[in-house]
Design a protein around this ligand. Structure first.
Ligand code: ZN
Length: 274
């Protein structure tokens, strides 16, 4: 007899990413009470992505099969430290240092934390011990599976994963006490659309902590031609600080606190009280 698949934790928190109505759980799927859309729950996480990414016009999403396959090496020295040094420069912080910086920027991590484009939970898992619950979303099923393998191995019960796009988060308004976005803001097709949706699900005055890249003094990103090539061929958006501040302001954030090391930009911003 086949073993019954355990129901993933945290399912009661999700809402329909399309119409934001409540979801019922039946026959291995979450079904929207309002629009009747069904979202499968398989391999340990709900899947809110209904489109075929290989057909996407977005170059980042089209590469998803590659990103899925990369999940196993993502956190090893074969990937993360290399990316940090090549993009950010040799003075870039190490992954453990970066986790420390982000945890500090989040200030309070004791409530419910959203980890946007979480990968295998690289940052969310490492701050989970101090927080009540972490909800990680990513478009890569491979990354989420790897994240589930890590949390099972590490005995972390309070990190929940879902496959979803940043533009349509499966959460109610004002659900989160803090949000993290590490190593991915530069990959979103429309930065303001992404930031607005993140702001929607954050509580007023809560903190967003981001690690991304800027046209700084270290790594290959200091070269304008490299930045232009990254933007054109790979959908990589390297931010100017003033541009970032402007995006945050129009998306509902204030109190932009940037820190630059080489070409690595880390910052916090506060969800405006409106
Ligand atoms: Zn719906």
């Amino acid at each position: 007899m086949a073993a019954e698949t355990p129901v993933p934790s945290g399912l009661g928190v999700y809402v329909c990413p399309d119409c934001k109505a409540h979801l019922g759980h039946e026959n291995g799927a979450l079904r929207c009470a309002h629009c009747s859309r069904a979202y499968p729950v398989k391999d340990g996480f709900p899947d809110f992505l209904v489109e075929d990414l290989s057909q996407s016009t977005d170059p980042v999403l089209r590469r998803m099969r590659f990103i899925d396959r990369m999940a196993r090496i993502y956190e090893t020295r074969l990937w993360y430290p290399i990316v940090l040094s090549v993009y950010g420069g040799f003075r870039s912080p190490s992954l453990p240092q970066l986790v420390g910086i982000m945890a500090k920027k989040l200030r309070s991590t004791t409530g419910r934390v959203l980890d946007v484009a979480c990968g295998p939970g690289t940052f969310g898992r490492r701050i989970a011990s101090a927080s009540k619950e972490v909800f990680g979303i990513d478009v890569s099923a491979g990354m989420l599976s790897q994240g589930l393998a890590y949390t099972a191995r590490e005995g972390i019960p309070n990190v929940h994963f879902a496959r979803a796009r940043v533009e349509a988060l499966p959460f109610e308004d004002r659900s989160f006490d803090a949000a993290l976005c590490c190593g991915s803001l530069h990959l979103f097709a429309d930065t303001v659309t992404a930031l607005r949706e993140i702001a929607r699900v954050m509580k007023p005055a809560s903190t967003l902590a981001v690690f991304t890249f800027t046209a700084g003094r270290g790594g290959v990103l200091k070269f304008r031609r490299i930045r232009e090539w990254g933007r054109r061929d790979h959908g990589l958006h390297v931010f100017e600080l003033s541009e970032m501040e402007q995006y945050l302001t129009v998306s509902g954030f204030e109190d932009f606190q940037p820190e630059v090391a080489g070409s690595i930009l880390t910052f916090s911003a506060r969800r405006r009280v409106t």
